[in-house]
Every structure is written in C-alpha cells, then in structure tokens.
Design a protein around this ligand. Structure first.
Ligand SMILES: Cc1cc2nc3c(=O)[nH]c(=O)nc-3n(C[C@H](O)[C@H](O)[C@H](O)COP(=O)(O)OP(=O)(O)OC[C@H]3O[C@@H](n4cnc5c(N)ncnc54)[C@H](O)[C@@H]3O)c2cc1C
Length: 389
C-alpha cells in the first residue's frame, strides 16, 4: 500500500498551494471588510482576473476532459486541489468547469450550453429542490405538459445555488405523474429569457441561493436534456458527481482553522501562561488533528475509488457525513479557543462557522447520508470491512 503522492501530484498540489497563499489569502481582510458592508467579497471582475492568472499557468477546467480544453484531472487530484482552495474563505473556483450532466448533452445543446459554460460566458444552475421536496426529491411537483412541439413548465423551485445569476437552468419536472421518479421526471435546459423568475433567499451564509418560479414557461421539445422520463437518473448523477469534493474543501478549512487556533493559543496568556499549556486546549488541538487525519483518508479513499472504477457511493457518503459533522465540531472548538474574539467579525472564525454549517444540509443532509450508509450495510451492498474486504 502506497499512500504517498506522485511527483506530478505533488507539483500540481504545490502550485495550487502557492496560488492560494500568494493570490487569495492576501484578499482575506478585504473580503471580510466588504462582506461586513453587505457587498460581495470578491467582485466579478476581480474573480475573472484571478481565473485568468491561473489559466495562464494552465489551470483551467480541472475536471473537464482534455477533449473539451480542460486538464482532465482525476478524482484524487481534484480532491487535493479542493483541500488547498478550502484553506481560504476567499470565494474562488478555477475557470473551465461545467456540470457533469451537460457533457452527455446532444451536439446542439453542447454548442449552446456546455461550451459557453466551460468558457465562462454562460452560467448554469441545477434545480430539483422544491418547497415541498428536499431530501425526498422523488416528491417534486413541478410539472411539464406537452402541447404540440412545446412543453409548458409550471412550479416552484427553492434553494437553488446560483439561481439569481444563472443564464439557464437545468430544471427537473414531472412529465408523467403515474410513473413519477421511475421514468416520469424529465430534465429541461431553460434559458432565463424563456420566462422563469428568480428571487434571492437570505441565508446565514455570505451569498444566498434563489427561489425560481415557472409560471407556464414554454420551451421547445429540443430543450430536453437526455431522454424524456429519465431526468431523475440525471439528477442523481449530478448530485453524485463528487460527494468527496465538499468534505475535501472543509478539510482544508479545518487544517487552517487548527493552525490559527494553535497560533492563538501560543500567544494568548491567562493566569500567567499561554493557554496552549492547558490540557483543555491541548485536547482540542489533539482531537481536531486526529479527526482531520481521519477525514483526509475518508476523502482520499472515496476519490481513489472513483479513479479506480470502484463503486464509491458508500465511501462518499461517509466522507460527506464525517466531514460535515467534524468540520462543525472543529470550527466550534477553534472559536472556543479564541474566546470572545472568536465570536467577533474581526477574525474569520465566525465566518467559517456559518459557512461550514451548510455542509450538514446541502447535497444530502447528515441524516440522509446516515440513511444511505445504513441501508447499504443492512441490505448487504456494502461491508463494515470497507473495500479491502
Ligand atoms: C444554501 C443552499 C444551497 C442549495 N443549493 C441547491 C441547488 O443548487 N439545487 C437544488 O436543487 N437544491 C439545493 N439546495 C437544497 C438542499 O439540497 C436541501 O435543502 C436538502 O436536500 C434538504 O432538504 P430540505 O431543506 O427540504 O429539508 P427536509 O427534506 O425537509 O428535511 C428536514 C429535516 O428532516 C431530516 N429528514 C428528512 N428525511 C429524513 C429521513 N428519511 N430520515 C431522517 N431524517 C430525515 C433532514 O435530514 C432534515 O434534518 C440547497 C440548500 C441550501 C440551504
């Protein structure tokens, strides 16, 4: 068993580490200041300039296949990159990415949606959740009825990331009530100017998702992504694109938070000595570092399974569950180590505290991950011995 990185993996990881340290971390104070004023931490133009800088060094389309101009990196490498990006809260993503399900679009749709998304001239959003259907996505009620060569979409979606900024939506609607999620849900690609509306939702995070309203929005038959009635599978494919990626980002945040906590503990004195000398604080450091190490291997195991064609759904659910729960415990400990200062907006800890909370909710809540993990075990689809058997 070889748990080391290849020299190529190390080079790519180190380049991203340097980029994060030199280009993103210096913006942190500015991001906090702007966000306190209710503005975006990084403007659109600044974000594009950062993406261009990265692209000049070849960092474009991390997971986008080389045939589409990307780097075509595997899951392990992508996870290692996500860890590095997670070490700062400055919002950034490399250019050149597109939703996995757009790669299976037909040629015309690829021209109209996939290519502009990769080039960054169009923005997408993914809409399955509704006010009455979140964890239970099979219960969606947004409908599409056929009228000649058109479909008429009606319904409401909620909590849609990027829904306020998107140029088009991948929306999931019931096209056959009898069949429902088993062959009666279809995915449509719908431009904003076809008539759907969005309304921002204020959240405890720094930028909110949106509610989308479809009030008899007419789309051509050619707007169907994939096959009519096979939309639910596409939705699951989108959600399952990489459950290891969210906890990978959280892992980076936890590393940085614990480093910040240790630095604080060495310098903050009470009762005549640094708080780092108290066992209560040392145990917080020890527990956090141990959990970070465990999370690292859950994330990398899940990613390694993806790269090696092994069914990784169980490992990904475990990584997502453990990452969400432990990142929240770790940020809470680090906030506690900082005392009153941890609770202020002078330091980034409270920002991370709010941001990491989301990890326990979206792309499958803790409870839904537990449900998946337990079901796989109880039905014999997975073993507590893991993939080594
Ligand atoms: C900031 C943000 C961004 C999001 N982005 C998107 C997006 O881009 N696109 C999109 O489609 N959706 C998006 N979502 C929606 C997200 O996926 C849902 O919020 C999530 O799946 C939970 O659904 P819900 O909010 O309806 O909660 P519910 O499903 O109502 O769950 C409420 C509680 O009950 C628990 N629960 C539910 N069922 C069970 C069960 N069987 N056993 C045990 N406990 C259960 C849940 O875990 C939760 O604790 C986003 C949400 C947020 C907050």
């Amino acid at each position: 068993m070889d748990l080391t990185l290849s020299s190529e993996e190390r080079d790519i990881r180190d380049w991203v580490r340097t980029f994060v340290t030199k280009e993103l971390m210096p913006l942190e104070q500015q991001v906090l200041t702007r966000e306190r004023r209710g503005e975006r931490g990084v403007t659109e133009a600044e974000h594009t300039a950062l993406q261009d800088k990265a692209r000049a060094s070849g960092f474009f389309g991390i997971q986008t296949p080389e045939s589409h101009g990307g780097m075509g990196l595997g899951a392990v490498m992508s996870a290692l990159i996500a860890v590095e990006l997670g070490r700062t809260f400055v919002p950034f993503r490399f250019a050149g990415e597109a939703d996995n399900i757009l790669f299976s679009a037909n040629e015309e749709q690829q021209e109209r949606y996939l290519k502009p998304t990769i080039e960054g001239t169009k923005r997408s959003c993914f809409a399955i959740t509704e006010p009455g259907a979140g964890s239970d996505a099979r219960a969606i009620r947004t409908s599409a009825r056929r009228e000649g060569d058109e479909w008429v979409i009606s319904g409401e979606k909620t909590f849609i990331t990027g829904g306020n900024e998107a140029d088009f939506v991948m929306v999931f609607a019931v096209t056959d009530k009898e069949k429902g999620a088993d062959g009666g849900v279809t995915c449509f690609l719908v431009d904003r100017d076809m008539g759907w509306k969005s309304e921002p939702i204020d959240t405890m995070g720094e930028w909110g998702p949106a509610a989308l309203v479809f009030d008899d929005v007419r789309v051509p038959h050619s707007a169907i992504l994939g096959e009519e009635g096979r939309g639910f599978e596409l939705a699951m494919q989108w959600i399952g694109k990489g459950r290891y990626m969210l906890p990978a980002g959280a892992l980076g945040a936890c590393e940085r938070l614990v480093e910040m906590g240790m630095e604080w503990a060495r310098n903050r004195s009470t009762f005549g000595k640094p708080i780092a000398e108290y066992q209560a604080i040392q145990w917080m450091v020890a527990d956090s570092a141990t959990e970070i190490e465990a999370l690292r291997w859950l994330v990398l195991t899940a990613a390694w399974q993806v790269d090696n064609g092994i069914d990784s759904r169980q490992a990904q659910s475990m990584a997502k569950l453990y990452g969400g729960v432990k990142a929240n415990e770790i940020v809470d400990r680090v906030l506690q180590m900082h005392g009153g200062m941890g609770y202020t907006r002078e330091l980034p800890v409270e920002r991370w505290y709010r941001e990491l909370r989301l990890l326990r909710i979206y792309e499958g809540t803790d409870e839904i991950q537990r449900r998946t993990i337990a079901r796989n075990l109880l039905k014999g689809h997975a073993s507590v011995r893991g993939h080594l058997g």
